[in-house]
Write a protein that binds this ligand. Structure first.
Ligand code: ADP
Length: 507
């Protein structure tokens, strides 16, 4: 009997494979980074072939180190960096161009032109998203317009689009020899091409026309958890046996499932390269009036889609990387805690890491980063502390937008991701929010969520109540600031945000 479920987590910096048991406990894992290709300022690419090779390697090594065989896996789930765009030739399996990563800003003129032409409203209404460089639609359009021969190939059915879930799935299920070209509702909801309403979760002809994307290059959209829709893994070297692939979810939605946010009003905040706060809003999409995205949280087979409001913040943990790699005032990310701990507070300085503009809730591509309030007195300690505070103030802005949009008041914020290893940062988060912050025992919520989606589809797990019973708190931080201290801190942050706006011209 297969005792375990596997999950491929194809992330922005690395790809990992994890294996979980019936209690959601980790049995095996392996992880490999891939190259970040930065051809010009603002451009970020990945090599899809390298990603597929890494996927194979991590599966093979994780199984070997866990002393497992493919027959031990009841099912596999896939989760992925969302929006990152791959276009490839199904006859050969060769990509036409590198993957254009979600952080890439080369499509700023495409997004600005849509807004100028008055199409922003229909994109917001139908897709739940503002026109922005972040999403896949503009990236597909860029490849069609700039890579020779691709538009013609797409019209003839010789070019397929997918996010990296889709690319990995197609390769795992046979590649040129019958690979399955499918994605799930959560990934599709990040393209600006999918119509999101209660009746239809499918590609929308009006949106496709705005981006001039041929429908035949797009994958089939399935529920996130389904016993048959995604085929079986058979072409990967370590997987000689056919293992059903029964779960696919974008990474932030997977973390939402991994954190068992199954009821309306439940939310999680993931602190990685960027921050992503996702609030379950139930089976009807809520339109944000305050700069949040409307997105699909998950859809389990035979059930209606569950929607979410999402606050995406581009730069949080990567600001800590900037202290390490560019300023070199720390040598590792965890040293930020020690350095920030050398001072009692930030000494009145604020650091707004708007390196490529501001995402939620501001959506200002004309903003750039700033450190304000500096005096001769300030040290690296103050800057490190201001960096941690910036992570927390940005999250607070998003929580506030959520409260305004749907009147939900969080009793507790569930957190996960690399930065949550930083106790000081999590304490500041509780202080800035005035709400307790709680981290679960199983920190790998993204891979776990993909495994949950896969295991629910095959009956490995009975229902969401069983999954809920796995969730356990490892640590909780209580707010310590007085309301006056919080109000003063937030007022300073808002002034600092105002200083970053209108800095670079919008194309
Ligand atoms: P991703 O999935 O986006 O690659 P992870 O969840 O692996 O992200 O987290 C990595 C990020 O967390 C990096 O940006 C790193 O700078 C940051 N990070 C890791 N450990 C710490 C720490 N102890 N304190 C602050 N930031 C940290």
């Amino acid at each position: 009997m297969a005792e375990f479920v596997g999950a491929v987590d194809q992330g922005t910096t690395s790809t990992r494979f994890m294996v979980f048991d019936h209690e959601g406990g980790e049995v095996a894992r392996h992880q490999l980074e891939h190259t970040q290709i930065l051809p010009r300022p603002g451009w970020v690419e990945h090599d899809p072939v390298e990603i597929w090779e890494r996927t194979n390697s991590v599966m093979q090594t994780a199984l070997r180190t866990g002393d497992l065989t493919p027959a031990d896996l009841a099912a596999i789930g896939i989760t992925n960096q969302r929006e990152t765009t791959v276009v490839w030739d199904p006859r050969t399996g060769r990509p036409y161009y590198n993957a254009i990563v979600w952080q890439d800003t080369r499509t700023d003129s495409i997004a600005a032109a849509l807004e100028r032409a008055g199409h922003g409203e229909v994109i917001r209404r139908k897709a739940g998203l503002p026109p922005a460089t972040y999403f896949s639609g503009g990236k597909i359009q860029w490849i069609l317009e700039n890579v020779q021969g691709v538009r013609q190939a797409a019209e003839q059915g010789h070019a397929l689009f997918g996010n990296t879930d889709c690319w990995v799935l197609w390769n795992l299920t046979g590649g040129p020899a019958g690979g399955v070209h499918a994605t799930d509702v959560t990934n599709a909801s990040r393209t600006m091409l999918m119509l999101m309403n209660l009746q239809t979760l499918d590609w929308d002809d009006e949106l496709l026309a705005l981006f001039d994307v041929p429908r035949r290059m797009l994958p089939v959209i399935n529920p996130s958890s389904h016993p048959e829709a995604f085929g079986a893994a058979r072409s990967s070297r370590p997987l000689q046996a056919a293992i059903p692939i029964t779960g696919v979810l974008g990474d932030q939605q997977a973390a939402t499932v991994g954190q068992v946010c199954f009821a309306p009003g439940e939310a999680k905040n993931t602190y990685g390269t960027g921050n992503f706060l996702v609030l379950n809003t139930g089976t009807e999409p809520v339109r944000s009036q305050h700069g949040l995205l409307t997105t699909v949280a998950y859809q389990f087979a035979g059930a209606p889609a569950v929607y979410a409001l999402e606050g995406s913040i581009a730069v949080t943990g990567s600001a800590v990387q900037w202290l390490r790699d560019q300023l070199k005032i720390i040598t590792s990310a965890d040293e930020s805690e020690r350095l920030a701990g050398t001072v009692q507070d930030s000494g009145g300085i604020y650091f707004v890491p708007a390196f490529s503009g501001l995402f939620a809730p501001h959506w200002r591509s004309d903003a750039r980063g700033a450190i304000v309030g500096l005096a001769r007195y300030h040290t690296g300690g103050h800057l490190a502390r201001a960096t941690l505070e910036a992570i927390c103030y940005q999250s607070r802005d998003v929580v506030e937008a959520m409260e305004r949009d749907c009147g939900v008041h969080l009793d507790v914020l569930k957190v996960d991701g690399g930065v949550t290893a930083n106790d000081l940062c999590m304490q500041i988060q509780a202080d800035v929010l005035g709400v307790p912050v709680s981290r679960p025992v199983i920190a790998e919520t993204t891979a776990l969520g993909a495994a949950y989606a896969a295991g629910l589809a095959t009956g490995f797990w009975r229902d969401t109540d069983e999954l809920r019973s796995h969730w356990q708190e490892s640590k909780r931080w209580q707010p310590r600031w007085s309301p006056e201290q919080r109000a003063a801190g937030v007022a300073g942050w808002q002034k600092a945000i105002a200083r970053t706006l209108d800095w670079v011209p919008v194309p």
